[in-house]
Write a protein that binds this ligand. Structure first.
Ligand code: HEM
Length: 118
């Protein structure tokens, strides 16, 4: 399940940048379609994350933190796209995205399931 989880969030990040690229080149319809597909990926990330949580017998605070940070990343992706589409300022959201994404990677790879880079 860790592989499915990694695949889901990796593809979500790729789709996020594709959506931004489409927006920049003025392809409004393409942007909306990719935004919709991206929302399906948010659900897949959450399902695989909750699936792993369900497989753990004694959930520590770090797991709760990891999941909250993961949800924070998803919220930032969604908000950045919405605000970009409305031509509103997104700099504070980008900072939050960078912090949350690095934290999610750190906590995810530190916790016992799957790969261990930290
Ligand atoms: C875009 C958002 C997310 C990113 C970038 C992310 C990233 C990661 C990474 C890198 C791992 C480590 C995988 C491994 O060691 O093989 C991981 C594991 C995990 N993630 Fe996420 N995640 C995200 C969202 C979520 C969400 C929303 C949840 C919960 C609902 C969640 C729950 C978990 C759990 C329980 C693990 C297993 C931790 C362990 O290694 O023991 N993640 N995630």
């Amino acid at each position: 399940m860790t592989h499915a989880h990694i695949t889901a969030w990796f593809l979500a990040i790729v789709l996020f940048f594709i959506a931004l690229g489409l927006h920049k080149s003025g392809k409004a319809k393409g942007f909306r379609v990719v935004q919709m597909i991206l929302r399906v990926f948010y659900i897949l990330i959450i399902i695989t994350g909750v699936w792993m949580l369900a497989s753990i017998s004694n959930i520590s605070l770090l797991y709760v933190l990891k999941s909250a940070v993961g949800l924070w990343v998803i919220a930032m992706l969604e908000l950045i796209l919405i605000k970009t589409n409305k031509q509103q300022k997104t700099s504070s959201l980008w900072i939050q995205f960078a912090v949350a994404f690095l934290l999610a990677l750190y906590l995810g790879f530190k916790l016992p399931l799957g790969f261990h880079f930290f």
